[in-house]
Design a protein around this ligand. Structure first.
Ligand code: M6R
Length: 368
C-alpha cells in the first residue's frame, strides 16, 4: 500500500502532482470560467459578503495565510486568518455577511469544528475546504470545496497542504469572477497557470537529489531558520513546522522583513537559513529579500536559497541555490514548499525517526 516507497510521507510527497491535478479537475472550462458547482452559497450571497475569515490549525492555517494574500488581491474583500483555537475565545466580529472559510484535511479537528459552530451561531456562512468526504467539518458547514489529495496517512501534511492551496486559489478566483472585480480578465490566465502546476511540481521533485544531499550535510544542525516575505512567509512557517514535527530540532520561520527587529540576533556562524525568494518580476520585494540574504550571510549563516530558475542576481549570495520553475508570485508557494518537505523528511529519516508517526502527534486532533 506504500506503492514501493518505504514511508507514506515519501509516497505522499511524490503524489503531489497528481493530487493537485485531481483537485483542479473539472473546476474550470475551456471558456476560462471557473465552476465551483458544489458551493451551495448563492451568487447573490457571495456578492453580499463584506469580510472573509479563514480559520484553521497548523499546516492548514499556513495555507490560509497564503490564501489571504491571493483572495484580498483578487477580490478586494478584507480577509483575516485566525488560528481556530483562538477564534471563539475572543468574541470575534462575524455575522451574516461574513464568509468563514474553514480549512481542514481531516475534517475532524476539534478546534476548527468548535470555531465553525461559533461562527454559525453568529449567522456567518461557513465554507469548508476539506479532504475527507463526509467528515464532520463539511457536514456542519454550509458548503464545501473538497480537495482531492486521496488519503493522507503520514501525520505530517504534504499533499494535503498543496491541495488546500489549490482550493484556496480556486475560491479566490471564483469569488473574483462572481463579484466581477478588476481581475476578471486575469481569471482565465491564472486558471491556465494553475493547470501547469502538476508539471512544475514534477520538475521540482526531479531535483530531489540536491535536497537529499543538503539533508545529509545538515543532519546535525541544532537549529534551522526559514525566511520569506509575502506568500513566501507562510512557506517559511510551514518549512519550519515540517522540520520540528519530523526531525525534532529547533526550527523557526520568520517574515524576512522582521529580521532586523529581533531574529537576526540568532544568526551565527554555520547556521543553516533557508530563504524563499520571490520571482524576479516583483522587483522591490525581490531586491529586499536579496539584501536580507546578504545581511545574514555577512554574519556567517549558510544560505540555502529557493529562487526562480535563472535568477542570477541572488546567486552570488547563495551557498546553495534551489531553482524553482517560473510562476506567478501568488502561486509560488505550491512549488517552494516541496524542497522543504523533502528536506525535513530526509533529515528525519537520516536521524532514524519514524516520519509517518512522529512522536507525540496524532493525524487528527479531535480534542481541543
Ligand atoms: O486535519 P487538519 O487539516 O484540520 O489538521 C490541522 C493540523 O493539525 C495539521 O495540519 C498539523 O499541523 C499537521 N501535523 C502538520 O503537518
Amino acid at each position: 500500500e506504500k506503492g514501493g516507497y518505504d514511508w507514506f510521507m515519501r509516497k505522499e510527497i511524490y503524489e503531489q502532482p497528481k493530487a493537485v491535478a485531481d483537485t483542479l479537475l473539472g473546476r474550470h472550462g475551456a471558456d476560462g470560467q471557473l465552476k465551483l458547482d458544489e458551493i451551495r452559497i448563492s451568487e447573490s450571497e457571495l456578492r453580499a459578503i463584506d469580510k472573509i475569515v479563514i480559520i484553521a490549525c497548523g499546516t492548514a492555517s499556513y495555507a490560509g495565510l497564503v490564501a489571504k494574500y491571493a483572495i484580498e488581491h483578487w477580490t478586494r474583500v478584507p480577509c483575516e486568518v485566525e488560528l481556530a483555537s483562538e477564534f471563539r475565545y475572543r468574541d470575534p466580529i462575524v455575522g451574516p455577511t461574513t464568509l468563514v472559510v474553514a480549512i481542514s484535511q481531516s475534517g475532524e479537528t476539534a478546534d476548527t469544528l468548535m470555531a465553525i459552530r461559533h461562527a454559525r451561531e453568529q449567522k456567518a456562512k461557513v465554507l469548508a475546504i476539506c479532504n475527507t468526504n463526509g467528515s464532520t467539518i463539511p457536514r456542519e458547514s454550509d458548503a464545501v470545496i473538497y480537495t482531492h489529495a486521496g488519503p493522507e496517512i503520514g501525520v505530517a501534511s504534504t499533499k494535503g497542504f498543496l491541495t488546500q492551496l489549490v482550493a484556496c486559489y480556486l475560491l479566490g478566483l471564483y469569488l473574483a469572477q462572481v463579484r466581477g472585480t478588476r481581475f476578471g480578465d486575469e481569471i482565465g490566465s491564472l486558471a491556465a497557470e494553475l493547470d501547469k502546476m502538476p508539471a512544475a511540481i514534477s520538475a521540482v521533485l526531479a531535483d530531489a537529489d540536491q535536497v537529499q544531499a543538503l539533508a545529509a550535510e545538515f543532519v546535525d544542525a541544532p537549529s534551522v531558520l526559514f525566511l520569506g516575505r509575502h506568500v513566501g512567509y507562510p512557506v517559511a512557517l510551514e518549512g519550519a513546522l515540517k522540520l520540528k514535527e519530523l526531525a525534532y530540532i529547533h526550527a523557526e520561520g520568520f517574515a524576512a522583513g522582521e529580521l532586523k527587529h529581533g531574529p537576526i540576533a540568532l544568526v551565527e556562524d554555520q547556521l543553516p537559513v533557508f530563504v524563499v525568494v520571490p520571482p524576479q518580476g516583483r522587483d522591490l520585494l525581490h531586491e529586499k529579500v536579496v539584501s536580507n540574504i546578504m545581511e545574514i550571510r555577512a554574519r556567517g549563516a549558510r544560505t540555502i536559497v529557493l529562487a526562480e530558475q535563472g535568477d542570477t542576481s541572488v546567486a552570488p549570495y547563495a551557498d546553495v541555490m534551489i531553482s524553482l520553475p517560473k510562476v506567478s508570485t501568488l502561486l509560488q508557494p505550491i512549488l517552494a514548499i516541496v524542497p522543504l518537505q523533502i528536506f525535513a523528511c530526509e533529515l528525519a529519516t537520516r536521524k532514524g525517526h519514524d516520519v509517518d508517526q512522529p512522536r507525540n502527534l496524532a493525524k487528527s486532533v479531535t480534542v481541543e
